[in-house]
Design a protein around this ligand. Sequence first.
Ligand code: PLP
Length: 452
Amino acid sequence: VTTTQQWQRMDAQHHFHPFSNNADIRAEGSRIIERAEGCHLWDSDGKQYLDAFAGLWCVNLGYGRQELVQAASQQMQQLPYYNLFFKTTTTPVIELAHEIADIAPSHMNQVFFTGSGSEANDTVFRMVRRYWDIQNQPERKIIIGRKNGYHGSTVAGASLGGMPGMHKQGDLPIAGVEHVDQPYWYGEGGDLTPHEFGVRAARSLEEKIKALGSHKVAAFIAEPIQGAGGVIIPPDSYWPEIQRIVKKYGILLVVDEVICGFGRTGEWFGSQYYHLQPDLMPIAKGLSSGYLPIGGVVMADHFAETLAKGGDFNHGYTYSGHPVCAAVALENVRILKRERIVERVKDDIGPKFQQAIATLADHPLVGEVRGVGLLGAIELVKDRTTRLRYPDEGSTGTLCRDMALQDGLVLRATGDTMMMSPPLVINDQHLDELITKTKSALDKTWHRLKGK
Ligand code: PLP
């Protein structure tokens, strides 16, 4: 048998980790996850964790669904690979596109498949410019994203996103991408009411469009709820104002559904939760519950028609709609439907989850608790009245995350905001475990910080 230490040594020697400090890994070793079932994970020492993060916001059905294993195995045997280039398709892709059109907003009926969310957003980048070329408005090139948004790690995805830590690496964003304010009321709202702040954040888009010249702006891209940025729930006034602005200036609206899609908010898509009219929706993650990599771009009818009129679309990936991934995604969507899991998030477990995390708001370390559906965020502060953070901002979140891990709970921290995004199949018992362990992590963090 290989021991944890031996695994860690091999890992540090030969595996360079994404989104990690690899020097720390060389010094301290990494966590090794060996197996999972339902909402729980086990590491190489046999320690059990409740996964309140569904992997990376993606294991919507939870771990160990045998139907997905069988769908993959059956498709592997029948047709393990074929591509979609040059007017070819495969049956799992046909069925999957059909299912997605069924659950998407009614004006969206075509899907372009990719291998991931980042590829979906690279596809968006090229599709949007292609669309305006075909419309004889090639000067419309600029895509506007938001500060602190996340749209993936490829060059276009990281550019469209607004993460300073990512822009610093690789000299991003690339030309033709601009950013406007995020609707982060708790962090940036000052004395404004949420309503006032929501309108103001949305109007930063209008100001940017005017400054750039609306004839040069191609699209606005945003997540319905910013995920990686800190589960930032926009005030109610935000999205209606954005919808008004994009309509007024004739700009395409791209709603990145990579996290919110497939039930996370209690609707199939965040666009339905906020009553949006997107022209494009990048999707991934929950599409296959993360069991295999697959993503896509769902297109509004008018957009797909225009793109089709333009003739050859010179874009695609070897693994666009990989048949095995498509077969697994198809079964995943069918299970979500059959077991009425999205409805359950809306009417039952989502409200219970929100009630349960709301009880954490009394904790002295907690400044705000917010959430929608099965998304949640907890702001950690030193002073609840002034919203002042502890010194060395960001380290409180990391400390709390590590305390939770000690207790057998996986949470994610961004800065001093703790984030939750459990599998959609989380039950009452898991919820109790989640709250007990989160409270314990908050207590331990608070005791460590006392006096600082
Ligand atoms: N868009 C959003 C909103 C995301 O949260 C992510 C990943 O976290 C992506 C895009 C990128 O997806 P992927 O990691 O599959 O490339």
